[in-house]
Design a protein around this ligand. Structure first.
Ligand code: AMP
Length: 209
């Protein structure tokens, strides 16, 4: 352009780039901060059993910008951490965990209910309100010494997450942290994991059970 020096051209280009970066930043912070995650989660009383208040994330997942904000927020929380794998718990944990693994550009490892994984696996029983259940992970899903982030949709008593953490340990992984969309603090799961030394991050909380 006439009257604009090469130096000015470079300067203008870098200013433009900077302001584009700022706009991107602004757009991102709007997405992550302006969502009231808990208002987007459906609460269903008496499911799957009487008295249980089920907190279901499908109402959040179906909303593109909310799903995006959830994965971005979790991603930003762990972006600078040395993570090799995301391990997530069947089945709603898979939805968040797989998207987060993609965002962090790390591998994904499924932790499944008994009998679903085809290859050799480690298993861990855990206590339910009535009876026991079992989680499994492939023996070669995690390599010795890998840094693993555990992901699930919700933490209640922490029994499920604790079993998953044991499995990660059996497979040779080292746990970086545990991430959830929902925490039910009155059920004590978060406290239990933190007392065991695992850092916990959750996007929202509901009182009661
Ligand atoms: P817990 O082992 O008690 O921490 O239970 C957590 C696991 O059970 C997670 O995989 C959740 O998906 C599921 N879960 C337990 N309680 C609820 C609830 N109130 N609403 C939705 N999911 C639940």
């Amino acid at each position: 352009e006439e009257g604009v020096s090469a130096h000015e051209t470079v300067l203008l280009a870098s200013i433009e780039k900077l302001s584009r970066g700022r706009q991107r930043l602004r757009a991102r912070s709007i997405m992550t901060r302006e969502f009231d995650i808990e208002t987007l989660i459906r609460s269903v009383l008496d499911f799957p059993r009487p008295v249980i208040m089920f907190r279901h994330i499908t109402t959040l997942l179906k909303q593109a910008d909310a799903f995006h904000a959830v994965v971005e927020t979790l991603g930003e929380a762990y972006l600078d951490r040395p993570i090799d794998k995301v391990a997530a718990i069947e089945s709603r944990g898979f939805i968040i965990g797989a998207a987060l693994a993609y965002k962090l550009k790390v591998g994904f490892v499924p932790i499944r209910k008994q009998g679903k994984l085809p290859a050799e696996n480690f298993g861990q029983d855990y206590q339910l309100e009535y009876g026991v259940d079992r989680l499994e992970v492939h023996r070669d899903g995690i390599q010795n010494g890998e840094q693993v982030l555990l992901v699930d949709d919700l933490i209640a008593t922490g029994g499920t997450a604790e079993a998953a953490l044991r499995l990660i340990g059996m497979a040779g992984g080292s746990v970086v942290g545990c991430a959830f969309v929902v925490d039910l603090p009155d059920l004590g799961g978060r406290q239990k994991l933190e007392r065991l030394g695992y850092p916990v991050f959750a996007l929202c909380q509901f009182p009661g059970h």
